[in-house]
Design a protein around this ligand. Structure first.
Ligand code: AMP
Length: 547
């Protein structure tokens, strides 16, 4: 046996900010604050304040591997905590503030968080949960001293006090790269939320993959605005990837409406962004309504749920913004696939490019995929056979925090372990993965499977449709048939018959929905995805006209 003779330098999150300070120290980080104003400073300033905060954490008794929670928007203080907490060896637990307070308290107790940092927006949540949080020693308001709220229900510390009171003399400790760095809970549709515990190693490897050209393609010449929240799988890794690349960052804070985002894109010269389709819908509506243009924006990553082709076309063909359709999960840090072209797509022209962009893309190096049928046997990559997607790789979950939910992995014939994603997919001969559904959302009609995503994509291409969800409705003959639930655009009119006719020639006849219902809104989950389980519940007893 002959070992390599290269240095064994651990991959640690603190090295990202040390690198950004040394090589890109004057690059700006711009934040829209909860206070309403714009804050700007540099990577060098950020590194200094992160060191001050690391000293503050030590003074508050935070020890190696202790969990420190945040309830916060995308902003510079949250970013400082990404490095102060993880860099000092503690675990950053980013909590989704859109969850119900009871669920938040449950998560805090399960994680045994020692400190909880929060943006003032979430004061009410903190007041509601504080009496139930058994392990939290201090609640810290991420605010200036003169903004500290006058209230007596919870004893609060002030973030800026903590920073001011501590020295910036701090040497980031060195430790095993496999130690936990951060924690995100994923809320399935049933059961309690489950904790996904990332390591320094998995985070750094994921960041290397994220910056690479066919993934986010991030460089020192970029200005990146992560719309995806820092409480949703670490904003898809951008808070780590940006300092690795030396890119300027623009944090949008709490204002995620189309107007606020557009103004920030233009004012700060944003070149790339990332977010879920529902956010882009708001931005595009604003841009369309006011006849605006993007003057600096070159590309955006769209994922979290399927990017409707109509949205891709609008971004690409009207506004010249390149869409990178991407797929991932909390359990995958989250990046799995990105839909970047191969040379043949460039040669084949625009229509071929739009056709491939409907797919979620090809695996980035580090992620291995496999599709299996109901019997567990591997299916061919022919773009037709669909089955359950399994993945493996160094930033894919092995088990949930505290062993919750038992062993999620499945072994293959060679004994290699795979994580079942719960997604139903095809993979084509070029390796492009296409999600037809979540296992739970697929519509099973007379033994055939109908893709709810495909039917939704068609519906939202209709000019009168703002949002559409397709769910299975019970049917006496076919077991299940598709029911289309639609939110119309304000002021738009369209009938059930017109929408059903819109499917003609776009899918096989037996896949056309059986009925359409119009609703005022579709329930969205904490990460902006349509809650189809809620809709199914709502329409449980719906009688289709075909039944
Ligand atoms: P989460 O862990 O909350 O990020 O959810 C992960 C799930 O979101 C995946 O397993 C997919 O079902 C879904 N998802 C993520 N990206 C996409 C995409 N581009 N298209 C369709 N579904 C997606």
């Amino acid at each position: 046996m002959l070992h390599g003779l290269m240095m064994d330098v651990p991959l640690l999150i603190s090295s990202l900010i040390e690198h950004a300070d040394r090589h890109h120290g004057d690059v700006e980080i711009v934040s829209r604050r909860v206070e309403g104003d714009i804050h700007r400073y540099t990577y060098r300033d950020m590194h200094r304040r992160a060191r001050q905060m690391a000293n503050a954490l030590a003074a508050l008794g935070v020890a190696l591997s202790d969990r420190v929670a945040t309830l916060a928007w995308n902003g510079y203080r949250h970013h400082e905590l990404y490095f102060a907490v993880s860099g000092s060896g503690a675990v950053l637990h980013t909590i989704n503030p859109r969850l119900h307070p009871e669920q938040i308290a449950w998560i805090v107790n399960h994680a045994e968080d020692r400190l909880l940092f929060f943006d003032l927006t979430f004061l009410r949540i903190v007041e509601a949960i504080a009496p139930h949080c058994r392990t939290v020693r201090h609640f810290v308001a991420m605010a200036d001293r003169d903004r500290m709220p006058a209230q007596e229900r919870v004893e609060l510390l002030c973030y800026e006090d903590l920073v001011d009171r501590h020295s910036d003399r701090y040497a980031w400790p060195t430790f095993d790269e496999r130690l936990a760095s951060s924690l995100c809970y994923t809320s399935g549709t049933t059961g309690n939320p489950k904790g996904v515990l990332y390591s320094h190693r998995s985070t750094l490897l994921h960041a290397y993959a994220a910056v690479s050209p066919d993934a986010l393609g991030m460089s020192a010449t970029d200005t990146v605005l992560p719309v995806v929240p820092m409480f949703h799988v670490n904003a898809w890794g951008i808070p780590y990837a940006a300092p690795m690349a030396g890119a300027k960052i623009v944090f949008p804070g709490p204002n995620l409406d189309g107007k606020s985002l557009y103004e920030l894109f233009e004012a700060e010269g944003v070149t790339c962004s990332a977010g879920v389709p529902t956010v882009w819908q708001g931005l595009l509506a604003h841009v369309e309504a006011h006849g605006l243009r993007f003057s600096t924006m070159k590309r955006t990553v769209i994922g979290g749920s399927a990017c409707p082709p109509a949205m891709t076309r609008l971004f690409e063909d009207k506004y010249g913004v390149h869409v990178l359709h991407a797929w991932g999960m909390t359990e995958m840090s989250p990046l799995g696939t990105v839909c970047s072209y191969k040379p043949k797509h460039l040669a084949q022209g625009v229509e071929a490019q739009r056709a491939v962009q409907v797919k979620q893309g090809r695996a980035i190096f580090g992620v291995d995929m496999r599709v299996v049928g109901e019997d567990g046997g591997e299916l061919p990559w022919d773009g037709k056979a669909f089955g359950s997607l399994l993945v493996r790789g160094p930033w894919v979950l092995r088990e949930y925090y505290k062993g919750e939910g038992g062993n999620p992995l499945r072994a293959d014939e060679r004994g290699r372990e795979w994580f079942p994603t719960g997604d139903v997919v095809t993979i084509d001969p070029d390796g492009y993965m296409h999600i037809t559904d979540r296992t739970k959302d697929v519509i099973k009609s007379g033994g055939e499977w109908i893709s709810s995503i495909e039917l939704e994509n068609i519906a939202v291409a209709h000019p009168a449709v703002a949002m559409a969800a397709c769910i299975a409705a019970p049917h006496p003959k076919w077991d299940e048939r598709p029911l289309l639930v639609v939110v119309k655009k304000p002021g738009a009119t369209v009938t059930r018959e017109e929408l059903l006719a819109f499917y003609e020639g776009k899918v096989a006849k037996w896949q056309v929905p059986d009925d359409v219902v119009f609703v005022d809104s579709i329930p969205l989950g904490a990460t902006g995805k349509m809650l189809k389980n809620k809709l199914r519940e709502q329409f449980r007893n719906y009688r289709l006209p075909t039944a």
